[in-house]
Each structure stands twice: as C-alpha cells, then as structure tokens.
Design a protein around this ligand. Structure first.
Ligand code: IDP
Ligand code: MG
Length: 139
C-alpha cells in the first residue's frame, strides 16, 4: 500500500556529517523523497512532535538534544514505507539496533540515535502536518 512518512535526520546526524549517508540509503532503497528542508526545532514543536513522551523522565534530555542543532526533515513515499523505514532505522536503543540498520551502524546512544521515523499511518499524517504545509510537498 502506498504511504507517506515523516523522517528527520536528528542533530547528531547533521553534526556528524551523516545527512548524505542517511538520505543515500533512502534513495538507494528506491523510496521517493517528496519534500525536504533543514530547520531548527522550537520547544513548542518538540512538545507537539513528542507529545507521547512529554511526561516521561527522558523527555528533558530529549528536548535539549533535538534543540541542539538543525535537523533535516523529509516526507518519503513508497509501498509500506512506514514499516520499511522503521526497519531501515533499527531499534530505538543503540544496544539493540541490528548491524545493517542506520542506528545499528552509526548510533552509540539511545537519545542520540540519528533518525526519526513515524511509526503508524495516523502518526505520519499528524507529523507531516507538523513539519510541512501542503504547498511544501512538491515531489
Ligand atoms: P523511536 O524514535 O524509535 O520511535 P520512541 O520510543 O518513539 O523511539 O522515542 C523517541 C525518541 O526518544 C528516541 O528516538 C530517542 O531519541 C528518545 N528516547 C526514547 N527512549 C529513551 C530512553 O529510554 N532514554 C533516552 N532517550 C530515549
Ligand atoms: Mg517514536
């Protein structure tokens, strides 16, 4: 089923010069990037995007991290793209992410784990609208 998802390279990925590596994997997989931009999170966007985590003990560190530098956000389209990109990202915890996944190959921290990807069609729709206007989706 054709779907869209919201991905972003987190500030650690931008700082470490891994934007190209991560976008390259998405392109080489054959997925279609239909929108992309570099931006900085605001505290408001962080609370909106991570609403399910706001009350958790790790949230302050997570917010500080996502505000620590620019991110590169994109909307990616493809068959079952949500499940597919979650598999390409690897598990959340750096210790559990399998080699061959983005996190498994590059992450050495659970907080700083390089990439975000929506985890359901309902979340993808909300997250895409948090980051992009309809006019910015040009692909
Ligand atoms: P996901 O990014 O794999 O979907 P979520 O559980 O939605 O993982 O958590 C969102 C983000 O919050 C993670 O990617 C990571 O940056 C951070 N995070 C999640 N769980 C922890 C934790 O236990 N300690 C520290 N940071 C965490
Ligand atoms: Mg998540």
């Amino acid at each position: 089923m054709k779907q869209r998802t919201l991905l972003f390279v987190k500030p650690d990925g931008v700082r470490r010069g891994l934007i190209g590596e991560i976008i390259g994997r998405i392109e080489r997989k054959g997925l279609r990037i239909v929108a992309m931009k570099m931006l900085r999170f605001t505290p408001e966007l962080a609370r909106k995007h991570y609403e399910e985590h706001v009350s958790k003990p790790f949230y302050p560190a997570l917010e500080e991290f996502v505000l620590s530098g620019p991110v590169v956000a994109m909307v990616v389209e493809g068959d079952d793209v949500i499940e597919l990109t979650r598999a390409m990202m690897g598990k959340t915890r750096h210790t559990e992410a399998a080699p061959g996944t983005i996190r498994g190959d590059f992450a050495f921290s659970t907080t700083e784990n390089l990439i975000h990807g929506s985890d359901s069609p309902a979340r993808a729709e909300i997250e895409i609208a948090n980051f992009f206007t309809d006019a910015e989706i040009v692909g």
